[in-house]
Design a protein around this ligand. Sequence first.
Ligand code: MLT
Length: 265
Amino acid sequence: MDAFVNGINVHYSDLGSKDDTVVLIHGFPLSSEMWNPQLKMLQENHRVIAYDIRGLGKSNLGDSQYTFEFFVDDLIGLLDHLKIPKVVLCGLSMGGYIALRAAQRNPERVAALVLCDTGPQADSNEAKLGRAASIKSVKMNGVKAFGEKFLKAVFAPASFESKLGRIDETRKVIEATSESGICGALLAMATRTDTTDGLTSIAVPTLIMVGELDKVTPPALSELMHARIKGSELHTILRAAHMSNLENEEDFNENLVRFLENLRI
Ligand code: MLT
């Protein structure tokens, strides 16, 4: 389905029919398809919305010039469109950056948070230069070459044997993405604000999960969030790097289901 939000069509799926709603926010440069291993089990007991961030998946590209605030505007715009006052936000990596900023900007819309392989810090100078190098590489060498490098950075070496199917699916999603969509998201991430100071103000149940081998947003970032978000839970996902929901979906799903069930009590 598509919702016309902030001048573009945002593509989303709306599954399940229960009252409590979980919104899944995917990572860069992927799409809502990355949540396939979670969708079936979540929709049995919850309403689940999985959408594509602008410029990625099946959402419109617009003019491909975005700041990070656009991504939060689109999330809130989608909730307004669907007339849902409050949701559980579950974001992985860039999706987690969006969830953290939404929790700071629009706390009234957030019932609980699930922060996966993510962190609150804005880009350092080094990280900004990394974004610049990635943009150059996408423009010079194309999406395919960028995708191969990205896959090696986000999946654990062992996953290239045990989770090859998941990696192939992820590769297909990246290769279907436009250069402008990828560069737009890279520029947007470089404009994001630091949400560290807001962590101590988060007053909703929060589950933090991180792959033990995550090198993009290492476990230390999750420990920092856990130390500052009052009452938060932290789970390290074994045998997983940055794509913990795909690399060890059993452990990831078990923790997610238990957390969501406890919210109802
Ligand atoms: C992601 O997985 O969403 C990105 O790698 C995050 C980032 O580049 O900061």
